[in-house]
Write a protein that binds this ligand. Structure first.
Ligand code: PMV
Length: 359
């Protein structure tokens, strides 16, 4: 695989001090990535909606230091020094140092905050790592002003992927594919690409209400989770199914067959959870209220001829997906019927967004 193209060719090193701030979104997978090989190569291609309201804002202050022996950074989360997050970021810097050798030259002070409540069960690694990647790419383009916007996004996604696979899908929007797939032009295992075909208008400004069922710590970290797919009895058929689903959803997104979209997206969510239930050791990540919500969604859909559906992450929260033309009715249904299944009645209204933005 051509990773040499991502090694920085800094032209000058005259930048003594710099500061960059980026806002990058979370994303929700429609066809899920679950299972990888080293270094962060997905076992199947995946596609996600980029979100709009759930995001991270990160500033990195870079200050040139005397020696370049080791990577040196401080980390602040919501204004407070957060040493607990440091090992993950340190590991990320180790993985990317070959591609961004300039990180040795600067003392980095990272300040980060999320738009969504802390420990809401919403994964912050995708938005968190993509924001750091964008700040690094701003420094890299100050060192090498020839870099094109396209190259910056591509490398940012490549770097973010090395921190957290799904973060590769948090640079652009409204839909991003990560993982090489014969039917998606330009797709790669190394970085995410914008879904390259014209999407039917029914999927424009698609809504995602995130119902916070369980705000606790993740029961299974994604590292442990992905590892469960090694020697999993259904792994190979799952990877083949996911790639097949990506072919199908590519057609669906173009032709607007929303009934087919619902069937595929819900099946993907339940299959992800089925993989966890059938792994060794096994896990049930849904909570009773996750099932209450799913059943209520199905009932509402039948009774109202609605196009509402759900998807799940590797946890108990439910993402309720629906087209913009149903926003009023579905939001009422969420407030009246579904919010009671959420911890402290908490849910977040979001919709499809367009990716990273410089602040
Ligand atoms: O990016 P990771 O390693 O945290 O894995 C994320 C996996 C899922 O969120 C469950 C699915 C996906 O494709 O985002």
């Amino acid at each position: 695989m051509d990773t040499a193209q991502f090694i920085s060719k800094s032209k000058n090193n005259s930048v003594e001090k710099a500061s960059f701030t980026w806002q990058t979104p979370s994303n929700i997978a429609l066809v899920k990535y679950w299972g990888k090989s080293n270094p962060q190569i997905p076992k199947n291609a995946s596609i996600s909606f980029t979100l709009n309201n759930c995001h991270t804002i990160t500033t990195i202050d870079f200050e040139k230091k005397e020696t370049s022996e080791k990577v040196d950074f401080d980390l602040f989360f919501e204004g407070k020094q957060k040493d607990a997050f440091k090992p993950k970021i340190a590991e990320f810097f180790t993985r990317i140092q070959e591609y961004c050798p300039y990180i040795f030259d600067y003392k980095m002070t990272i300040n980060s905050e999320n738009s969504f409540p802390h420990s809401s069960g919403i994964a912050s690694s995708a938005s968190g790592l993509s924001a750091i990647a964008m700040c690094l790419m701003s420094l890299e383009s100050a060192l090498n002003p020839d870099l094109s916007a396209e190259k910056i996004n591509k490398k940012a996604s490549f770097l973010a992927r090395l921190g957290s696979g799904s973060a590769s899908r948090s640079i652009e929007g409204p839909m991003v594919v990560w993982g090489k797939h014969p039917e998606i032009e330009g797709s790669s295992d190394l970085f995410g690409v914008k879904f390259p075909y014209k999407v039917h208008s029914i999927f424009e400004n698609y809504q995602d209400a995130i119902l916070l069922v369980d705000k606790g710590e993740k029961q299974v970290s994604s590292t442990v989770g992905h590892n469960l797919m090694h020697n999993h009895p259904y792994a190979e058929s799952r990877f083949a199914q996911a790639n097949d689903n990506l072919s199908k959803i590519s057609e669906i997104l173009q032709n607007g067959d929303i009934k087919a979209f619902i069937g595929l997206v819900e099946s993907e969510a339940l299959t992800l959870h089925a993989m966890m239930m059938t792994s060794n050791p096994y896990f049930i990540l849904m909570k009773p209220n996750t099932l209450e919500i799913i059943n209520s969604i199905w009932e509402y859909r039948n009774e109202n001829d609605s196009n509402i559906c759900f998807t799940l992450d590797a946890g108990a929260n439910v993402h309720v997906l629906y087209p913009e033309n149903e926003k009023k009715a579905v939001n009422q249904f969420i407030e009246k019927e579904l919010s009671k299944y959420c911890q402290k009645n908490q849910y977040i209204y979001d919709s499809v967004g367009f990716g990273a933005s410089k602040k």
